[in-house]
Design a protein around this ligand. Sequence first.
Ligand SMILES: *Cc1c(COP(=O)(O)O)cnc(C)c1O
Length: 460
Amino acid sequence: MEYSTIIEPFRIHTVQAIDLPDAERREAALQRAGYNLFGLNADEVIIDLLTDSGTGAMSSQQWAGMMLGDESYAGSRSFRRFESVVQDLTGFSEVIPTHQGRAAEKILFESMVNEGDVVPNNTHFDTTRANVEYQGAEARDLVIAAGTDPSAIHLFKGNMDIGRLRASVEEVGAGRVPFVMVTVTNNSGGGQPVSMANLRAVREVCDEYDIPFILDACRFAENAWFIHLREDGYADTDAGTIAREMFSLADGCTMSAKKDGLANIGGFIALNDGELAARCRNLLILTEGFSTYGGLAGYDLEAVATGLEEVLDENYLRYRIRSTQYLADKIANADVPIVQPPGGHAVYIDAAAMLPHIPAHEYPAQALAVELYRRGGVRGVEIGTVMFGRPRDDAPDDTAAMELVRLAIPRRTYTQSHIDYVAEVVIDVAGRRADLGGYRIVSQAPWLRHFTARFEPLGE
Ligand SMILES: *Cc1c(COP(=O)(O)O)cnc(C)c1O
């Protein structure tokens, strides 16, 4: 194209009003929610960057497809279409629908993981870690060193550290490693991509020790686009071909269709191993539903099938990655410390660097997330010690590797002026950083505590 402005490659067809709660209402909401942004009601939020999961706008093609949904309990046409789209994309023969990604994890891990096992991953997503640990196994994060250094510049900060992977397998023995998982893009590590070369190297280790290789494929299309942009030899390869090559290196995947499925709900397991798939289907029937709907309506299967096709459109991917970069550049140019380079679906603010006066066990990223809401009604999410730390008896928490606030961008939902507003709020809060204080947790659940914990500001 002749001009350099990247425009949203869509027109708005249906709109949803945004409430504009004032400062007083926001303060009351914070107190009611115990300073946990998961406890806010949507109409108390102005710009909701809590997650990019299931929050995107569907296309008119997807909505039209929903009218074609076949709601047959068994063998519905919508399932056959979903199955063939997933088979064509992934190359995996066995396709098992689930209501979302964590259901895929629960079922696959229950079928593959035993107590005392160790599951390596670049970085486990929170539900992935919880589901591994729920089986009595250890979830081990083995991302390269640059992947936990917010300011380190590396084109593929999601890469697995192959040396540490090999050392882990040697240490625990291949028999106790039920599979190696790689998350594309690496959500909890900043939405950072994994290179094809790295996926190939993981495949080689898995072959050497005869261990299956499973992709956590939630953002496969964004990862494919980064490979197209950044990896030698892929500049002339389209995103679909790159995605197929990524899947071809693995033995199976779990997927949340709420991300690169461009749908509001849905997920799947896809595998080549028919015997393993049969065990998964038995569990599926117990908790999700029959194997041709897996907890989804026929119309959901249609929406996901169409979404999986649309997400590989290059105009969409170019806009998606560029618009995330736009927010990152805007706040980084105002000296807000962020994870560099920005990932695909979100901008991650480095709260440890911004708020060095708040120690990790006083939750600097939580303090920053609360302040972004208090000042501007912008809802992000803490990805730090609240999410990944551990409480200890009579001692401060074990802390996380990084203290980040994630501003996740819903797909095809907000316009450039919404994002300009977010940047203004972030820059304003950064200017008041010295006034922010830490928090303490007053109640928490035994796992995934970040969803329900209640907080109190320290020094009050
Ligand atoms: C969202 C996500 C999941 C879990 O999927 P849900 O649909 O939220 O259950 C797993 N892994 C990664 C990397 C994710 O981003």
